[in-house]
Design a protein around this ligand. Structure first.
Ligand code: RTP
Ligand code: MG
Length: 137
């Protein structure tokens, strides 16, 4: 079993799509090991997306991620990291396949509804950024 980290981003939360996204997560066979609603500050969003700090979209991304509440989650399944990325679909909702979360709930490249870890090392960092061990028992 593998764990990954996911976010229901502020646009999806504000649109009232958190419930539908969580239903899909269960339907696809994930176990939800951790889940909470947060309203990130700009500084907290910057710390989370530190790897992107030199990218041109860093400020836009962290402004958006701190623009409203989101839901952070730890998901468990076999091959959870790839499985969650497959369920999310392509980064740009316009290029995401039919049936993926970003296709259904994404508004734009920035406001693309969900986040998912891209490797075991990033999953470990991202889970630890938001959850303590006790919260994941
Ligand atoms: P994520 O980290 O959110 O799961 O998405 P990802 O791996 O598919 O994409 P990544 O390259 O890690 O980019 C992180 C987030 O930054 C936003 N983005 N904006 N304006 C732009 O050119 C641009 N490019 C990326 C997206 O919201 C992306 O999810
Ligand atoms: Mg990424």
């Amino acid at each position: 079993m593998e764990r990954t980290f996911g976010i229901i981003k502020p646009n999806a939360f504000a649109d009232g799509n958190s419930g539908k996204i969580i239903s899909r997560i269960y339907e696809e066979g994930f176990k939800i090991v951790g889940l909470k609603k947060l309203y990130l500050s700009k500084v907290e969003a910057e710390g989370f997306y530190y790897v992107h700090k030199d990218r041109p979209f860093f400020d836009e991304l962290t402004e958006f991620m701190s623009s409203g509440p989101c839901v952070v989650m730890v998901l468990e399944a076999e091959n959870a990291i790839q499985k969650w990325r497959d369920l999310m679909g392509a980064t740009n909702p316009a290029e995401a396949a039919e049936g993926t979360l970003r296709k259904e709930f994404g508004a734009s490249l920035g406001e693309n509804a969900t986040h998912g870890s891209d490797a075991p090392e990033t999953a470990a960092f991202e889970i630890g950024y938001f959850f303590s061990g006790l919260e994941l028992l």
